[in-house]
Design a protein around this ligand. Structure first.
Ligand code: ATP
Length: 412
């Protein structure tokens, strides 16, 4: 019978095995120990082929001392690019195939102020594993030639992977870093695991004591972005509502009642845009945010999560569109449709296309997106200036009238 070590080594895709063996032998030459840890080991142990095959796969390597030296040699040998953070003892190597390999020097972390990032002291692999979020992410696999594939499991991660449990390593963990709540729920839904009973209580306690208030908007937003890229994002978001997590972030915020339908609308809008507007850049996250927010919550959430101005404007314009689209009627002329919709970001229009209940409003928005907005004016400002006109409000009016005629004379 194959041992667990043989089994996980067999699971490593060849393209990655090459890198791991190379990193291990460089570490060996430099007389330091080297491990791969975190998500990669977890997915190997779960035989999660989808995750392992993902092109965005990244490797986390922990070296006991001098991670940067090892990273530099590996980058040299593979002619890969490297970013070094000397003061943190870390380096990121990006290979030609675009694998990201993060090298860190084994460390211990302490949390001095609520919600802040931890301070770091270089340390052993054991302590490095104890600073991690969950037992399932705290299994390390040696990559030294002498014991390649050997597992270090100080925190019963293998047992929790077997019994499908999410469990933090100590009772203060969610308080130290409440973003772990989002991570726990994300893994729970991704792997169909359960957050263990004790952790559910710890999470509730952190929420009840408003520890989330100490986390910056940017860090919470990062967690949402990671949730948005999950296949089962909607399940994760629904599970967050079980913990009343939305109103812990912003008091008036809760998941809309018809959330699953609205989310489905947003997903369909994105899929539709990929098919029909392939040359346009669509900010998919902006469309997904529309499914989570409404007129009452947009401002407060934008503020708390420190949305960039561009995203904020897109979300705000959705409220305007709700009013504007009521001015459309089934007999609106193309020029009227163009005039009304022309100032709206594409994300807002595609979301409305799927979320709108009125079929003729949908028809008009679709006509605008697929046809009207691509029409080039036959007469431009330059043409008029060449004919001796001076730029003026009258000239702008003449131009618009000519363009409007052109739009209204289009054949269906
Ligand atoms: P994913 O598949 O979601 O990318 P991952 O395990 O690769 O999972 P990362 O966010 O890339 O997740 O983090 C890498 C590792 O760093 C984790 O496996 C975990 O051990 C550790 N880690 C990440 N975030 C935290 C945190 N907030 N607290 C403690 N450890 C963390």
């Amino acid at each position: 019978m194959a041992s667990i070590v043989d089994k996980i080594v067999l699971n490593i895709p060849d393209r990655l095995l090459r890198y791991l063996r190379k990193i291990g032998s460089v570490a060996d030459q430099k007389s330091v120990t080297a491990y791969t840890v975190g998500g990669f080991v977890r997915d190997l142990l779960l035989s999660n082929e989808d995750q392992l095959k993902s092109n965005e796969l990244d490797l986390d390597i922990v070296i006991e001392n001098h991670a940067i030296d090892v990273a530099k040699k590996v980058a040299d040998d593979f002619k890969a690019s490297i970013n070094v953070h000397q003061q943190f003892g870390t380096a990121k190597v990006i290979t030609k195939e675009n694998f990201q390999i993060d090298f860190v020097t084994a460390r211990r972390e302490t949390y001095q102020t609520l919600g802040a990032l931890p301070s770091v002291v270089f340390s052993s692999i054991r302590e490095d594993l104890y600073r991690r979020d969950f037992s399932i992410n705290a299994v390390a696999m040696s990559i030294l030639p002498i014991d390649f594939g050997n597992l270090l499991d100080y925190t019963d991660g293998l047992r929790d992977l077997e019994t499908a449990l999410i469990r933090v390593l100590h009772d203060q963990s969610y308080r130290d870093d409440p973003t772990r709540i989002f991570r726990a729920i994300r893994y729970e839904k991704r792997y169909n695991f359960q957050i263990c009973q004790t952790d559910q209580g710890l999470i509730q306690d952190v929420i009840d004591h408003s520890y989330l208030d100490h986390i910056s908007g940017q860090r919470i937003r990062n967690e949402f972005n990671r949730i948005f890229s999950e296949d089962l994002a909607w399940k994760t978001l629904q599970r967050m509502e079980d913990f009343v997590l939305f109103s812990a972030i912003v008091p008036c915020w809760e998941l809309p009642q018809d959330f699953s339908r609205t989310w489905q609308d947003a997903i369909q809008a994105i899929d539709w845009s990929k098919k029909h507007l392939p040359d346009d850049h669509i900010d998919q996250d902006a469309v997904l945010w529309m499914a989570l927010l409404n007129e009452e919550t947009t401002d407060a959430v934008s503020h708390r999560l420190a949305f960039e101005k561009r995203l904020q404007e897109k979300l705000d314009s959705r409220n305007r569109l709700m009013i504007d689209q009521t001015k459309l009627s089934s007999s609106s002329k193309p020029s009227q449709v163009y005039h009304l919709l022309n100032s709206y970001p594409l994300e807002v229009l595609i979301f409305s296309l799927w979320h709108n209940k009125h079929s003729w409003q949908k028809e008009k928005i679709e006509d605008y997106l697929l046809r009207l907005r691509n029409v080039q004016p036959k007469v431009t400002g330059d043409d008029l200036i060449q004919r001796g006109h001076k730029p003026s409000p009258e000239m702008a009016k003449t131009l618009w009238n000519s363009f409007a005629r052109q739009l209204d004379e289009l054949r269906d």
